[in-house]
Write a protein that binds this ligand. Structure first.
Ligand code: HEM
Length: 496
């Protein structure tokens, strides 16, 4: 009796595996007319290449760039029964990203709902795939990013950047090299906590902040979760996975506390700012989330802004400092512009920002070479012809800003850091430059982040001279977002 059951189970298992393998074969046949690198193996497709790159600390984006050069503007990757088509065609980029009908790819974004079983970005702004759910949230959030509201944030941008200047004064007096990435990270965390959530934490005075570590762990978790589906199986990863789960809980617990505090303040008739947290409360109201039920929807957006609203800008700033340190002529020109606009003035006004045209070019070129959030994906729900190739429906379309922005056909001499590419007289890049994504799902914090980055960088150039400590690497570290591997170690002295 038992052996008959065992036999039956074995036969059923065998048939299931066979059926799955036939399905994988069908997917291969459906997309194999599209060129692509050889699969590592039948079932895993190209996944082992991704795992190898992660283990060797290589940059998966350089591998994608190499494949784009080898296989052209439309190439195929496989992972199990999924096909991912990587596209670097301006026309297709425009058609797909600019349209609301191509939704975010559920394979990627659904996975970020939870991180190792703990709710993470849930149905927040970045991960919401359903157009209506996303659109309602975005519309409510818009006032916190309107130009009049952003204008009112100049005081906070100035104040938080001044804390960095005070810290750099100390560093300059001590004459010790300092890691700029760490410092600018404190500024952008201070800014998002104050501006988005009305909480002042002054991270520059803290030696080790659990929040910075938590953001880092969550990003690391995202990369592990998305690129290495088997990571949970290996005991060597269990400790870090536990830490990632705790980090996720810390962010959500903090969100819970801050949201409750804000709700009480509003109920008591206190004067609360019309900031991101207030808008997050409104999204919950609109979705009819009651306090007796749960706050998961609000917490999703709390975590979304904590993760999205800070680290990418800090990384951009540190890459900009790295490139200014490597390019004395560009440094000189940026400083000259800042001195001309600001003189000895302490506070930077909204109007001043508009006069930093070369500084803007430097920041744009920084995001060209180092798009700190390096791409996005969409789900292809209908057949499409891309660059003459028929791409059948039912696959993911990947857009890598890192690859597009480093292709010679779009940007001559692509590895050269050259802000002139963004001079007003230069031709505008045509759907091949998209560090903030494009279309309806474009980054909500684009203007916010670039205002913040300009204030920090302009003050730094105005007050200090920085130079890179020799011998450090200029490599990129892939933590989901991109950051400079070295941390950008500088010596600092007051500006003469
Ligand atoms: C240099 C800084 C930044 C870069 C390069 C950047 C880049 C991006 C990119 C590429 C996306 C699309 C993500 C995807 O499709 O999966 C995105 C989305 C988003 N970003 Fe940013 N971001 C930056 C700063 C910020 C800041 C400061 C905030 C908030 C204060 C923010 C909030 C968001 C939000 C809410 C979304 C989702 C938008 C939606 O789908 O409606 N970002 N960002």
């Amino acid at each position: 009796m038992i052996s008959a059951l065992l036999l039956y189970l074995l036969a059923a298992g065998f048939i299931a595996v066979l059926a799955y393998c036939l399905y994988v074969l069908h997917v291969h046949q459906k997309y194999d007319h599209i060129p692509g690198p050889p699969r590592d193996n039948f079932l895993l497709g190209h996944t082992p290449s991704f795992s190898r790159s992660m283990q060797s600390e290589g940059l998966i984006h350089d591998q994608l760039l190499q494949w784009a050069e080898d296989y052209g503007p439309v190439y195929r990757l496989n992972s199990f029964h999924y096909a991912v088509i990587v596209v670097h065609c301006p026309e297709a980029t425009k058609k797909i990203l600019m349209s609301p009908s191509y939704l975010k790819d559920p394979l990627v974004y659904k996975q970020l709902f939870n991180l190792f079983g703990k709710r993470f970005l849930g149905n927040g702004l970045i991960t919401a795939m359903d157009h209506d759910i996303w659109y309602r949230q975005r519309r409510i959030m818009d006032p916190a990013f309107s130009s009049s509201y952003l204008r009112s944030l100049m005081g906070t941008f100035n104040e938080m950047s001044e804390r960095l200047m005070d810290k750099l004064d100390e560093v300059a007096t001590q004459k010790t090299p300092t890691e700029m990435l760490k410092l600018v990270n404190c500024v952008t965390l201070d800014v998002i906590c104050k501006v988005a959530f009305g909480v002042d934490l002054n991270f520059l005075t803290q030696t080790e902040s659990p929040f910075q570590r938590a953001v880092e762990l969550c990003l690391q978790g995202m990369v592990m979760y998305l690129r290495d589906p088997f990571c949970r199986l290996f005991p060597k990863n269990w400790k870090i996975i536990e830490e990632i789960k705790e980090a996720t809980e810390l962010l959500r617990r903090t969100g819970e506390e801050w949201i409750e505090k804000r709700k009480r303040a509003a109920e008591n008739g206190e004067d609360v700012p019309q900031d991101i947290l207030t808008q997050i409360l409104k999204t919950a109201d609109e979705e009819k989330v009651t306090s007796s039920k749960d706050h998961e929807q609000m917490l999703d957006n709390f975590v979304t802004f904590f993760i999205a609203g800070q680290e990418t800008t800090a990384n951009q700033l540190s890459f900009a400092i790295m490139e200014l340190g490597r390019n004395p002529e560009i440094y000189k020109r940026a400083k000259a512009e800042v001195d001309e606009v600001l003189g000895t003035k302490r506070d930077i006004s909204f109007e001043d920002l508009g006069k930093f045209s070369y500084l803007s070019q430097v920041l744009k070129e920084t995001l060209r070479l180092y798009p700190t959030a390096p791409g996005t994906n969409r789900w292809l729900h209908e057949d499409m012809v891309i660059n003459g190739l028929k791409v059948p429906a039912g696959c993911s379309i990947a857009f890598s800003s890192y690859v597009s922005q480093r292709l010679d056909k779009f940007f001559k001499d692509p590895l050269k850091f050259d802000p002139e590419r963004f001079d007003a007289s230069a031709p505008k890049p045509y759907f091949c430059y998209f560090p903030f994504a494009l279309g309806p799902r474009i980054c909500l914090g684009q203007v916010f982040s670039q205002m913040e980055a300009k204030v920090v960088l302009a003050k730094l150039l105005q007050r200090f001279e920085f130079s890179l400590v020799p011998g450090q690497s200029f490599d990129i570290k892939d933590t989901g977002t991109l950051r400079p591997k070295s941390g950008v170690i500088c010596t600092i002295k007051p500006s003469s």
